[in-house]
Ligand binder design. Structure first.
Ligand code: SF4
Length: 370
């Protein structure tokens, strides 16, 4: 297997949590964020370079940006590489500082990124980082006022929520939860966590003062159950746990195998190969600056550059990223550290119109008017 020049390096100089620059006080690079039609135009162009005439060096920059707040988590979910005892030997613990966030966001804007949507998600639980609210404030200064991220909900207390900036800001919390307490605590939580998470979610939905926060719940019974009738019942029961709200969305979670971490899901390999879209649309930046293959690459199996030491353009169309795309175009995911064990190219559910619609209206916020 060929590795990208940066792949699996553990000796890259990772700055301390505060690089020697003016971080949050620096003047942000000016940006005019996308209009709806410009968003459509961008994704039309991305589709051309990804699907119609696949190219290893697309002539646009990514507009689906994920930045990790920390790779540390307070849960030990059985479906997540976090739960492996050696995880932080593979990827040392790291917490993003507001100063480092400003460095990343400045580079993204200088590189031409125009979206107002930011995903504070990769590995870890964002609220474990006590400076998360300061990082959100930096995001707002750089024009990222639509924040969409996964949280386990355990630390969404009134005190933490009150710290988040809210003027002209919108937040979407995606929370993996279950109507069934025993399933939840077996699969993801610690004893007693179900009741606390439930109370936190209920408070957000019941209190109009949180009208800037939308909650997307994913029923996780799909991890241990396969009976469609039971899963549908759990989904309905999950909806029924909370007050009816236009700020609540519920669906069942579709699990992936986390780049091979869950080998039992690799049975999808028997299905035909499809080209993964992420390297043409998305940028995943870890809290240590490493840019990795996608949001699934929690173990940094394909490191494509580092946003502390390189510009966006150097990373986005650098040799490692081009090699990764080329291997996928050539139907050789086995040549990319992260893709070798990933089930996405063999998962037909990811390529259905329903999933494309869900992604466009959810994660990409294509129809958001903010
Ligand atoms: S094939 Fe899997 S690991 Fe590779 S870029 Fe796509 S989602 Fe990420």
């Amino acid at each position: 297997m060929t590795k990208a020049p940066f792949a699996n390096r553990r000796d890259d100089p990772t700055p301390s949590s505060s690089p020697a620059d003016d971080g949050p006080t620096r003047t942000p690079h000016p940006v005019r964020c996308f209009s709806f039609f410009e968003k459509l135009q961008h994704y039309g162009r991305a589709f051309w370079h990804y699907r119609l005439v696949p190219t290893a060096a697309p002539s646009y920059v990514p507009e689906d940006i994920s930045i990790e707040i920390t790779n540390v988590c307070n849960f030990r979910c059985v479906f997540c590489p976090q739960s492996a005892p050696q995880h932080h030997h593979v990827v040392p613990k790291s917490y993003l500082s507001p100063e480092c966030a400003a460095t990343f966001l400045q580079k993204l804007r200088e590189g031409g990124v125009r979206t107002n949507v930011i995903h504070w998600t990769h590995d870890g639980e964002p609220f474990v980082n006590k400076r998360f609210h300061e990082i959100c404030a930096v995001g707002v200064r750089y024009g990222f006022n639509e924040m969409y991220f996964a949280t386990n909900g355990m630390l969404c207390t009134p005190e933490r929520l009150a710290q988040l900036p809210r003027a002209d800001c919108g937040y979407t919390f995606t929370i993996d939860f279950s109507a069934d307490e025993a399933t939840f605590e077996r699969v993801r939580g610690t004893p007693g966590s179900w009741a606390r998470v439930r109370a936190n979610i209920a408070r957000i939905l019941a209190d109009p003062d949180y009208d800037h926060i939308t909650v997307e719940l994913r029923e996780i019974s799909t991890f241990v159950e396969s009976d469609p009738a039971l899963i549908a019942r759990r989904e309905r029961a999950l909806r029924g746990l909370f007050p009816s709200s236009r700020r609540l969305r519920v669906r069942s979670k579709v699990f992936h195998n986390a780049c091979g971490f869950l080998p039992r899901l690799r049975r999808r390999r028997r299905v035909r190969y499809r080209l993964c879209p992420y390297p043409w649309t998305s940028l995943s930046v870890a809290s240590n600056g490493e840019v990795v293959a996608s949001s699934r690459d929690l173990r940094h199996q394909s490191v494509l550059g580092n946003l502390f030491t390189q510009s966006l353009d150097d990373v986005w169309n650098g040799a490692p990223m081009q090699a990764l795309r080329r291997h996928l175009i050539d139907e050789r995911p086995d040549r990319n550290g992260a893709c070798a064990g990933c089930d996405l190219p063999y998962d037909p559910a990811k390529f259905t119109l329903a999933n494309i619609w869900r992604t466009s209206s959810g994660r990409l916020r294509l129809f958001s008017r903010r």
